[in-house]
Design a protein around this ligand. Structure first.
Ligand SMILES: [Zn+2]
Length: 66
């Protein structure tokens, strides 16, 4: 936070770039969240688990497989 404030006062161009970087990071995080919420079927057997039937150990796999 201190770093961003310092750049803002010393160089407006740097500050703008920092804002772009922050926005790009946020977009990547949003995309990752979207993908996570979009899982519909087990990658191992292809079944469609209910929300409480997903494996807690292997991502995008059902409880039956792992
Ligand atoms: Zn499965």
């Amino acid at each position: 936070m201190v770093e961003i404030t310092r750049m803002e006062t010393t160089s407006m161009t740097l500050f703008t770039n920092q804002k772009e970087v922050d926005r790009a990071i946020q977009a990547a995080v949003d995309q990752a969240e979207k993908c996570k919420g979009f899982r519909t079927h087990c990658v191992l057997c292809g079944c469609t688990p209910k929300p409480d039937q997903w494996s807690s150990q292997v991502e995008n796999a059902c409880m039956d497989c792992v």
